[in-house]
Design a protein. Structure first.
Ligand SMILES: [Zn+2]
Length: 366
């Protein structure tokens, strides 16, 4: 990394690479996390200990990973308008106003990039389609957080996995509504919403974090929150006229197809668990309807709007109150595969669960 820092003429890239290299020796990542937030470079590297999904004991210990990506300036520019809506969304979250954050971290940049290499935890298992980092609450409180959308990865997932799933799992009319853009937009909303809602909370008069309170349940609940509140946020922006009304139905239909994609990762993993919770909650609310004759599901848009808002409020309130017990009860009730879903999942066995990228650029360098 120091060699790379010496080679680049981009000041912010040089600063990040140098400070991150120092951090690997000191184990203090603060300064380099701040430098990563300030990065303004055509090459966008992300490297370090980040996600805690692999720590199934307490969700405290982070694993090392790296993403080397190339920034897509045109797509990045298109999404800048979303960043400006975040405080307004936070101010209208469906929770007790005292749990809202009146002042979000100053900076919420969104980068759209194409991945050219991943390593470490990112290379294993389900391929990351987007991320929202850093996770260190001290940095996010002071600097905000950055959302990175891996567009080429998302396109591949859409074509190879999502579109084939929709063709089998969805009602014949609704499957015609699927396209890449609403999938991309919901992933973006998911990442943005990780930054909103309760993070630093007060429990029994003591300041703590949702992450500390929720222990091993934290990741699944936070993933469910990001998914469902992503729908809430987009619906809010549609109602406000910021996002086109024509995206409403495709958004919910893509979300339903996406539910099957996520659950197929297994319900012992954070994203699959989080999606099983949402799916069954929404099914009970009548927002998803099952047709036994064709073994397909469809979305009831009116019920979906109401239920997604209610679930957003339920999850965020549990987080705000730091209630491990309520989180446990919610997950125990809903994280199951019910017969209707099982029937549809059994029809999807020929579709791959995920993509497995190859990195020709690296092979060329060998
Ligand atoms: Zn997430």
């Amino acid at each position: 990394m120091r060699d790379a820092a010496a080679l680049t003429t981009n000041a912010s890239l040089k600063s990040f690479l140098t400070k991150r290299a120092d951090a690997f020796f000191s184990n203090d990542y603060y300064a380099s996390d701040v430098a990563w937030m300030d990065l303004d470079s055509p090459i966008e590297p992300t490297i370090g200990p980040y996600e805690v999904y692999m720590d199934e004991l307490f969700n405290y210990k982070a694993a090392f990973e790296a993403f080397i990506t190339i920034r897509n300036d045109e797509e990045t520019k298109k999404l800048a308008s979303f960043s400006r809506q975040l405080q307004d969304i936070e101010n209208n979250l469906p929770i007790n106003p005292k749990y809202r954050n009146p002042k979000l971290g100053a900076s919420a940049p969104i980068r759209v990039v194409d991945e050219v290499l991943v390593g470490g935890e990112a290379r294993a298992g389900v391929q990351t389609a987007a991320f929202n980092l850093p996770n260190d609450e001290r940095v996010t409180r002071e600097k905000g957080s950055k959302r990175v959308m891996l567009r080429n990865v998302q396109e591949a997932k859409f074509q190879k996995v999502l579109a084939p799933i929709a063709g089998i799992a969805l009602d014949a009319v609704q499957r015609g509504k699927i396209s890449f853009e609403p999938f991309f937009t919901h992933i973006l909303a998911h990442e943005l919403m990780h930054g909103l809602g309760p993070h630093t909370v007060t429990v029994d008069g003591k300041q703590t974090t949702v992450r500390q309170q929720m222990k091993e349940l934290g990741s699944a609940l936070e993933e469910a929150k990001a998914d469902i509140s992503g729908l809430f946020a987009l619906q809010y922006l549609i109602d406000k006229g910021v996002v086109a009304k024509s995206t409403e139905e495709p958004m919910y239909v893509m979300y339903l197809a996406g539910a099957f994609r996520s659950v197929r990762f297994g319900i012992n993993e954070a994203h699959g668990k989080g999606m099983a919770l949402q799916f069954n909650y929404l099914f009970d609310a009548g927002a998803f309807e099952y047709d036994a004759a064709s073994a397909t599901f469809k979305v009831n848009i009116a019920k979906m709007k109401e239920a997604s808002q209610r679930l957003t409020g339920d999850i965020m309130t549990i987080q705000a109150e730091g209630s491990y017990e309520q989180a446990k009860a919610l997950l125990e009730k809903y994280v199951v595969i019910r017969p209707e879903m099982k029937t549809v999942l059994d029809k999807l066995t020929d579709i791959p669960t995920d993509i497995a990228p190859s990195f020709p650029l690296v092979d060329q360098l060998k």
